[in-house]
Design a protein around this ligand. Structure first.
Ligand SMILES: [Zn+2]
Length: 365
């Protein structure tokens, strides 16, 4: 789906929210606040209201997107998922002022919708009446959306606003991000601790939500910080510039005793397994642990290797920052680099980390 030239992606988790919202509204909320109607009316109102909720989240993201475009930052796409949405920008804002404006646009949009719908309710509608209750629900939801997003936990909007202010005064985006992510982590841990306390001392299961949301924010903060560092470090670099090309390979027919010898001789953590021109996979020290030492002589590499289909495979032209992000999220230690089915290199996370350290010491400028 495209809107104003921006691709809009709806994550599958949104369907879950759609059902939860519709069911709760139709079976519980509306029948309680506006009594005496038949169930088909409640369902119709519930589905329509849920669609407006959906439109509200989308409008919030459009608020960010339109200002971003005006600031010269193209939008890759808008993704709607379980907790709302994300407008994915092609690049980070270039100045603290730009980040502040782009970020503020979202909560301001939600706030504007809340004010307009609340005015509509108070001027023309009344409580106990289905349309009135639906409009009031939309107003409250948008208000909650504006306020929730303003919590200063990076990467929520509030955390981004906080970062832009620290960035403005400190003139350093990395430092500002680290401080914003730090504050975000503290807030997430407080939320999680509060959630645990609710569960253990009050028996209140809403605590689970706090733990879940706290954890999600913590994770998102950590990952956006590493993403920023990776982008700074590997700007413009490709996998081919970082991979090792003097490959020491082993054969699937080698015995594990021979393999142990290779490990001791070359001191690599893993070897690509190649026979002729066919790459079979990767064999690492971890694979070796599965077989007891007494059985090394009678077992071959082919028995313990990680097959190609379970190995991370990269293209030499892939963007190094994206790849580092992917390896970190998959917790993959190394990947084979292949071009047209041919093995051309091996990329290990250790090599990339070493490059990052070098980059930090020697600097980029
Ligand atoms: Zn937002």
């Amino acid at each position: 789906m495209h809107l104003k030239g921006i691709p809009v992606e709806i994550h599958i988790s949104w369907l879950l929210i759609f059902f939860l919202f519709s069911i709760t509204l139709a079976l519980s909320y509306f029948p309680t606040v506006a009594e005496g109607l038949d169930s088909s009316t409640y369902w119709l109102a519930a589905v329509l209201t849920t669609l407006v909720v959906f439109a509200s989240v989308l409008t919030h993201e459009f608020g960010h997107s339109l200002v971003a475009i005006r600031e010269g930052i193209p939008i890759k796409k808008i993704v709607l998922f379980v907790f709302g949405g994300v407008a994915q920008m092609e690049s980070e804002p270039k100045s603290p002022a730009a980040e502040f404006k782009v970020t503020a646009a979202g909560p301001l949009t939600s706030m504007a919708i809340a004010i307009v719908t609340a005015a509509l309710y108070y001027l023309f509608l009344s409580s106990g009446q289905l349309i009135g209750e639906a409009v009031l629900f939309i107003a409250r939801l948008n208000l909650i959306m504006a306020v929730f997003n303003l919590i200063p936990a990076f990467p929520l909007d509030g955390g981004r606003l906080f970062r832009s202010i620290v960035w403005y005064f400190g003139k350093n985006i990395l430092l500002a991000t680290r401080i914003a992510v730090g504050l975000g982590s503290v807030i997430s841990f407080v939320a999680m601790a509060f959630g645990f306390m609710l569960i253990f001392f009050q028996g209140d299961l809403w605590g689970l939500w706090l733990i879940f949301i706290g954890w999600m924010i913590y994770q998102a903060g950590q990952s956006s910080y590493s993403q920023l560092i990776f982008k700074e470090t590997f700007a413009g670099m490709k996998v081919s510039q970082l991979m090792s090309t003097d490959l020491q390979t082993v054969s699937p027919d080698d015995s594990l005793e021979q393999l142990a010898e290779y490990f001791l001789t070359y001191k690599y953590g893993a070897f690509p397994v190649v026979y002729g021109s066919t790459t079979h996979g990767l064999v690492s020290l971890q694979n070796m642990k599965k077989v007891p030492r007494e059985e090394w002589s009678e077992n071959r590499v082919s028995r313990i290797l990680t097959p190609l289909k379970d190995t991370l495979i990269l293209h030499p032209d892939s963007d190094a920052a994206d790849v580092m992000m992917k390896m970190a999220s998959l917790n993959a230690g190394r990947a084979l680099v292949m071009d047209n089915g041919e093995l051309v290199g091996l990329l290990s996370r250790t090599d990339m980390m070493r490059f990052m350290q070098m980059h930090m010491v020697l600097g980029s400028d």
